[in-house]
Design a protein around this ligand. Structure first.
Ligand SMILES: Nc1ncnc2c1ncn2[C@@H]1O[C@H](COP(=O)(O)OP(=O)(O)OP(=O)(O)O)[C@@H](O)[C@H]1O
Ligand SMILES: [Mg+2]
Length: 345
């Protein structure tokens, strides 16, 4: 057996094969920390929170952290602030000491213990971002350590390459058809990961920081509304087919999305031109991730794409299956391949 896990800034999503189907499990990647023995502990305990002790701190993890953080703020206390073990697609260095211990509990909650000794676990990892000094070396090493501690044999896979495995874009036609060949874009909370693959091998890979979280923060600043309200409006009401420019939050979101998508296509085009490669066939683009979920996203992306001068021909743009599960499905596919290699030896 083997397992895949998408280690995202906002969501951890696990995937396991059960017969002919895939079983997914997910959890919010966040936590709430409180000091033992204060009034907040009593309040949370009586509200039914499951408190997990780590060192001298008590923690509420995952979805519960959001529920109880909202509850506490409705009581007017800000003694327990919602935190994230990851920021911009990578381990959150400001939360470093607690982040790793918390992540281990969250990860184990999502994929459980290995079903056999040294079971393979393929986990998603972002590329190094073009627009930040941060790199993924520490992040990848720590995730390997977390998974090894639980008992898995960890193998990293690039997040955007996982999308290629899950969605199998194709290039060419007739006998010359090449599977696993195309461009994938994963628009998450922290990062945008981009890959161009030919027959499953990445020929271009990069990421950019400044995805969903960044848009929310920018629109919060320009509108004066709290980030949580902006995020809620974005997830519930944003519809690119019907943008009300009198609503400053909606207008701000639309403008920042336009800027983001234009920048992604521009950066990819630069990388494509630098590669010096020429392809005989038009290229398929697959898009996934929570940030690509609003209504009208596909049409907006296509319209920006067609307005730009591109160094390649586009075959089609399509949205992935379930946007929040695609990366973990790709991780599972890679894990099953790795498993076959071990069994075949
Ligand atoms: N319906 C929606 N409309 C717009 N944005 C949404 C919607 N649903 C979720 N999102 C946004 O998608 C993002 C989370 O997406 P996703 O789960 O793909 O990220 P992640 O994998 O956790 O992050 P990353 O890959 O950057 O580490 C958040 O910014 C969230 O606000
Ligand atoms: Mg992601």
């Amino acid at each position: 057996m083997s397992v895949g896990i998408d280690c995202g800034t906002m969501f951890l999503v696990g995937a396991r094969r059960e017969g002919e189907t895939i079983q997914y499990t997910s959890q919010r990647n966040c936590f709430l920390t409180i000091d033992e023995g204060n009034d907040v502990e009593d309040m949370l305990t009586s509200a039914g929170a499951k408190l997990i002790k780590m060192g001298d701190k008590l923690n509420v993890l995952g979805e519960d952290a959001i529920v109880f953080s909202n509850l506490l703020s409705s009581f007017g206390t800000n003694k327990a602030k919602l935190k994230r073990p990851m920021k911009d697609g990578l381990l959150n260095s400001q939360e470093e000491t607690s982040a790793i211990a918390i992540l281990q509990v969250l990860v184990e909650g999502v994929i459980g213990k290995p079903t056999e000794e040294g079971e393979i676990c393929v986990f998603s990892c972002p590329s190094n971002p073009l627009n930040s000094d941060k790199n993924n070396v520490f992040h990848q090493a720590m995730f390997k350590q977390i998974l090894s501690k639980i008992g898995y044999t960890p193998i990293p896979v690039n997040e955007a390459l996982a999308v290629i495995y899950a969605e199998n874009p194709k290039m060419g036609d007739g006998d010359a058809i090449m599977p696993m060949s195309g461009i994938s874009i994963s628009l998450g909370a922290g990062q945008i990961n981009v890959c161009m693959s030919v027959r499953g091998y990445p020929v271009i890979e990069f990421s950019l920081v400044g995805s969903g979280d960044y848009i929310d923060e920018q629109v919060s600043v320009l509108s004066g509304k709290p980030v949580s309200i902006v995020t809620k409006t974005k997830e519930k009401n944003l519809d690119f087919n019907n943008v009300n420019y009198d609503d400053i939050v909606i207008a701000g979101l639309d403008i920042h999305y336009t800027d983001l998508l234009t920048n992604i296509i521009k950066r990819f085009s630069e990388k494509f031109s630098e590669s010096g490669k020429v392809y005989d066939y038009p290229i398929e683009i697959v898009v996934t991730g929570g940030t690509a979920k609003p209504n009208g996203f596909e049409a907006k992306f296509k319209s920006i794409l067609s307005s730009m001068d591109l160094p390649f021909e586009v075959k089609d743009v399509r949205m992935s299956g379930d946007m929040l599960k695609t990366v973990s499905k790709g991780c599972l596919i890679k894990a099953l391949q790795e498993q076959k290699k071990v069994v075949g030896k």
